[in-house]
Design a protein. Structure first.
Length: 331
């Protein structure tokens, strides 16, 4: 209970930060506040003591609820409306970013599931995707927290950097929006970045971003299947093999199907969106609170930083090229 109450307080603070500084997405603020709580003298002992168990629940179980509700942001008509060329661009960007980041992370000998988690966060939807994949991979809490912190910090930098490149790269509103949606990590960060170029850019950015989010389900299912096969061969003496399709991924797909029926009213969708934001903020506060900067800055800190920057260049470069190519092709 102390940890869940602390997470709730973190959500309230994140909302306050977002109201005072609209350019800072609420979910980004939640991660940073959790990170601060884990290191400030007044709260550090609480986070690492009485609140640790509850914050762990927020970062894992509450995260699953947020991922399920994320499915209500999507419908099949939204995806098909973007056209085959844009779909191909998004698929290429996600594949290149995921494979490239995972391969480089392995080559740099980063520990545990860090290469997998960072690759997932950069290619799909930031810390939310990291939380989802970590559930089926059985990742260590430290790997999850550090990967989420890295992806969140780089995504926050994108809010500042990408608008500065809008003019020099000679992108119109539609192109800038699609580039933002294909390259920035978290949905809130996408909105904060794209809105600087106007309503058209914002609409295109959100649509492309949500298309990336739909790939969370097949990616998570693929990781679950790989874990299922791997642990099956090892025949562990304790514990069950993970399910091929985790329940929360089934829930995510069910929410997409429900949204696609058109039965839900705008009022209902807005209410659920608010709940989803609050739930994810609590989960991300829990993840941020699990980060230990002293450990991160030690053995693997610089290697994670290099991986993050290289992956950022890859996702931005591939998506930029894809946007230039696809905006010249009828959709």
């Amino acid at each position: 209970m102390p940890g869940l109450l602390l997470a709730a307080a973190g959500v309230i603070l994140a909302i306050t930060v977002h109201r005072l500084l609209p350019a800072v997405p609420m979910l980004t603020a939640a991660v940073l506040l959790g990170l601060g709580a884990a290191h400030l003298p007044g709260t550090r002992q609480v986070v690492r003591g009485t609140a640790k168990a509850g914050l762990g629940v927020a970062g894992k179980r509450v995260m699953r609820v947020g991922v399920v509700l994320l499915g209500l942001k999507l419908s099949l008509s939204d995806i098909t409306g973007l056209g085959l060329a844009t779909v191909a661009m998004v698929l290429s960007t996600v594949a290149a970013t995921f494979v490239g980041t995972w391969w480089l992370g392995r080559r740099m000998s980063l520990p545990g599931d860090v290469p997998l988690l960072v690759a997932t966060g950069y290619s799909i939807c930031g810390a939310s995707a990291i939380g989802a994949v970590s559930q089926v991979a059985g990742s260590e809490e430290e790997d999850v927290a550090n990967s989420a912190a890295l992806v969140t910090l780089c995504g926050t930098l994108a809010i500042v950097v990408l608008p500065l490149l809008h003019g020099p790269l000679s992108l119109d509103g539609m192109q800038f929006g699609r580039w933002t949606g294909a390259s920035v990590h978290d949905v809130g960060q996408v909105v904060a970045t794209a809105q600087t170029a106007g309503p058209l850019a914002l609409r295109e950015a959100v649509m492309v971003k949500l298309m990336r989010v739909t790939l969370l389900a097949p990616l998570t299912a693929g990781v679950a299947y790989a874990m299922h096969r791997s642990r099956g061969r090892r025949r562990p003496t304790s514990g069950r093999r993970p399910p091929v399709l985790p329940l929360f991924v089934v829930g995510f797909l069910a929410m997409i199907a429900l949204r696609s029926t058109g039965l839900l009213s705008a009022i209902t969708l807005n209410a659920v969106d608010l709940v989803q934001q609050l739930v994810l903020a609590a989960a991300l506060f829990g993840l941020g609170a699990a980060v230990n900067l002293r450990t991160l800055a030690g053995g693997t800190g610089w290697r994670m930083a290099v991986l993050g920057m290289v992956s950022w260049v890859v996702v931005a470069g591939v998506s930029y090229t894809g946007v230039l190519l696809t905006t010249k092709i009828p959709t």
